[in-house]
Design a protein. Sequence first.
Length: 266
Amino acid sequence: MTRAEFLKLIAAGALGVGAWPRLVTRGFARPLTVSGAAPGDTTGQLWQPVPPLSAEPPSPTRFASSGPGLGNRIAITFDDGPTPGVTEKVLRELDRRNVSATFFMIGRNAERYPGLAREVADAGHEIANHTHTHPPLSALSPARASHEMRQAQDVITTATGRAPKWLRPPYGAFHREAQGPLARSLGLGVLYWSVDPRDWARPGVNQIINRVVSATVPGSIILNHDLHAQTAQAVGAMLDRLLEKDFNFTRVSGFLGEPYGPYQAG
């Protein structure tokens, strides 16, 4: 019998006197002292349900920068989109190779281009939160940082039909102790990266490709940006070379699971 079933029986008046002592041993009830009763005399004994223990406190904020790498798995991620003229090209290269990725969207961009944001989600890629206006969160007050995360969460969910489970702080600027609970309150884990080709500096297509391929190991989380034309031009060859090295691509939640929930294959 579960505690919930026990409480239902009480409400229905369906428990006989003989059942109560057995429930004491289960921790569901406790005896009440009867005034004037002789020691050991249970005649007219009164019983009281034991209230359930209080709920456990929420788990601490989840932080990660790489995955376990089992099965030679890696995750490729794209920040700062969606960007017309760039995101579509990235999606085509991923689709040609049947590769899943994770897109950390800026809320303001998802709001401007909801159709493109939805296209990313409909292609089966994971959708994640990259704040609403891309500020360094560590420079903001708690109220402003919370607003950036929450606004992006609402806008991205509306545009894509998917509620993000992971947050990537712009520039990696984040106060773990002060701002971690803010992310946790929204159900967001905080994800960094382990491979950075610095494509945002536009070093050239070949440089982007070589930096990624040379640094990637099982469990790597690769940072890219679907904001720059060079990144879109590099993606196809980058994927091909990583596939040649027998890496298996997965969404972030494919090998980390949801930050506060169940594992999700893929």
